[in-house]
Ligand binder design. Sequence first.
Ligand code: PMP
Length: 434
Amino acid sequence: WTARDAAAVWHPFTQHSTWTGDRPVVVDRAEGPWLIDVDGRRYLDGVSSLWTTTLGHGHPDINAAITAQLAKLDHSTFLGTTHTPGIELSEALIALAPKGNGPELTKVFYAGDGSSAVEAALKIAYQYSTQTGHSRPKFVRLDQAYHGDTLGAVAVGGHDLFHQAYKPLLLDTIGVPSPGDRALGPDRNAIAEAALRSVMGEHGAQVCAIIVEPMIQGAAGMLDYDAQFLRTARELADAHGALLIFDEVATGFARTGRMWAAEHAGVTPDLLTCGKGITGGYLPLSAVLAAEHVYEAFLTRPGDSAPRTFFHGHTYTANPLCCAAALANLRVMGEQDVTGQAARLGERLAKLLEPLGSNDNVLEIRQLGTMIGVEVAPVGDRTGFAVCQAARDRGVWLRPLGNTVVLMPPLTLGDDETDLLVNALAEAIDEVAA
Ligand code: PMP
């Protein structure tokens, strides 16, 4: 299989194998938090299949919901028709949406994955500016940010590795230092806040939106930061007539120990993007939750010279199977208090990881709930990968971000598996350092 894969498949980020010297695991099936390869080897899925499978794999309720939906309606476009799972899921998401200082989120626009939700939010924000005042062609974004890999999402990213190659193609953005960037020193939150104030003071009238990942920048290497930054972002967006976008693609659906990371700050945005865990990781679906005032700007009014519309929508938008999976996921999350389980798992992981904090080979442990980055001291090249490979030898599947090893397990992970996860990581770090 690996030879056939190498001969025929172009993987995201090209072939891992060519730059790690490693061969991909050929995943055959999965059960709960376990991935099983074609040779029957089991790996604890320590990163929830790229941060998605919040309830683990093969949850009977989600499987049953998809099967039942499949028997009724597999697909029907959302452009001009609607369907009951799409309506019910919108209602459920609106009921769950974060509350706080800022507008209520009252409308749901569906997209296919995290990047396409971000893309839709950016287009909504720009078009909102043209329909409510004047064209505001700039976006404010954080350094190190990752919001996806379509061109709009790349433009509001701040990670040179992903963005440098496309710079000539990108939207007009203004980068602000990340409040989570340790290189800024102990005053990083204040420095970033001052920079945001200064940027908005200078360019505010040209800015259609500020986009941030609230509380913790995941793909940047799990860079957590203070809630105050989000309160300031809300205040500055309001003061300058810009929209505030929270990208909760990674942080949403209880990842951080609350349903939304926004809840840690008590702030709501005008647009919230979510994806990944929305279906429990079973099927691709994402959404933009929008405030009523944003939606209203897209309604045709008497006296308009042309009909208003949002010029955007994809073929598989709100696919009924995906909506049914998401509804089942949200039902289970509510019935089993998965948010509470996530908070407890986060606390248990923090306790188990504590001894690693004084390991000479660990530079820093960063965590918000079940989003965890363990930054290891470099030993030669690609230390993060080496640690993940050593963990893989111990039956634990992890993926690094540079030299930060990410732990983002299913929220329902049991105690024994949590022990295995942390023990394998600790042993892997020591093995690589030895
Ligand atoms: N936004 C954030 C915050 C993300 O973490 C990601 C994916 N890691 C994306 C957007 C893009 O999502 P997708 O890969 O589903 O397009």
